[in-house]
Write a protein that binds this ligand. Structure first.
Ligand code: F3S
Length: 300
């Protein structure tokens, strides 16, 4: 078996900074609130909870004025942010700078009267946060989740639109959406490709590796949207692609000594989980070799 790790894999800079901020605060203060799960990886969240992290999903659950509250890399809407400040809560803002940039774009354009189009998953916390920075009525914020959505969209020629994307959106689908806009001559839409370059690099490297692998292991939390996208992209070119949360889910029956195994992982998957997967796959390799030697010896 030959195991190859994707060129771009694991924590992105935004997640790394958020986790480091949480860890350093917990080391000093032993307690920290996180507004929503700090990252979409339950193993990491569990280990931080053991160090004193308390995840809250509603600000009403914040009940200790002496404890800091961390805003995760996905960010929050303007109203929520102001509410936290007004309550005098000691905030550690770990909103990724690239997400913050999107907040600024939609705030500026919506102030100028543009309708905002967000390309992304309408239930994703990052998208909900972006909606919260649009200073217009919610009805003037349009969410596009797929190419079909943009084809069905009625663009008013007298209105102005500003389009942004969720940082972890699928780059291929985004290109198709932009092509549709160009094809339909919608000249009143300002397009901002706000997909994070970490996402693009990770997706391109994953597909490149999947093309030359027999089996692909995509490692990450099942609630991580960027890991899910890696899985979908890989599955298209490598049918034996498996979405696993950790080494316990390695699909051993698809792997033998001749299998080329590729490993990729989402931006919220820590190195130690990836290394465990590689280590366990290598152990299987060694066990196979030992069994083969044993069989050869028995045969002679
Ligand atoms: Fe930020 Fe990109 Fe990560 S937007 S949180 S560095 S995927």
């Amino acid at each position: 078996m030959f195991i190859e790790k994707s060129k771009y894999i694991g924590f992105c800079s935004g997640v790394k900074i958020a986790v480091e901020k949480a860890l350093s605060t917990l080391n000093e203060e032993k307690k920290l609130y996180s507004y929503g799960e700090i990252i979409h990886n339950k193993d990491v969240v569990n280990s931080l909870e053991k160090k004193g992290l308390i995840v809250i999903n509603d600000i009403l659950d914040y009940s200790d004025n002496n404890t800091k509250l961390l805003i995760r890399s996905h960010g929050v809407g303007k109203k929520e942010h102001l509410e936290l400040v007004e309550k005098g809560i000691n905030i550690i803002d770990a909103t990724c700078v690239k997400v913050r940039k999107i907040h600024k774009i939609v705030e500026e354009y919506s102030n100028k009267g543009f309708n905002i189009i967000i390309v992304g998953d309408k239930k994703h916390p990052e998208v909900l946060g972006i909606i919260g920075w649009c200073n217009n009525k919610e009805s003037d914020v349009i969410i596009i989740e797929s190419q079909e959505d943009i084809e069905e969209l009625k663009i008013d020629p007298v209105e102005k639109y500003c389009l942004v994307s969720q940082t972890t959106f699928n780059t291929n689908v985004f290109s198709k959406i932009v092509n549709t806009i160009t094809k339909n001559n919608y000249t009143n839409i300002v397009i901002n490709n706000t997909i994070c370059d970490a996402t693009k690099k990770r997706q391109d490297a994953c597909v490149e590796l999947a093309l030359r692998s027999d089996v692909m292991l995509i490692v990450g939390g099942k609630n991580s949207s960027n890991t899910k996208k890696l899985y979908e992209l890989s599955k298209k070119v490598c049918p034996n692609t498996f979405y696993i949360e950790n080494y316990k889910e390695i699909p051993y029956k698809y792997i033998d000594k001749n299998t080329k195994v590729g490993v990729s992982a989402g931006a919220s998957t820590p190195d130690w989980i990836i290394e465990e997967v590689i280590q366990m796959s290598e152990n299987l390799n060694q066990t196979n070799d030992m069994n083969e030697n044993q069989e050869n010896q028995n045969g002679t």
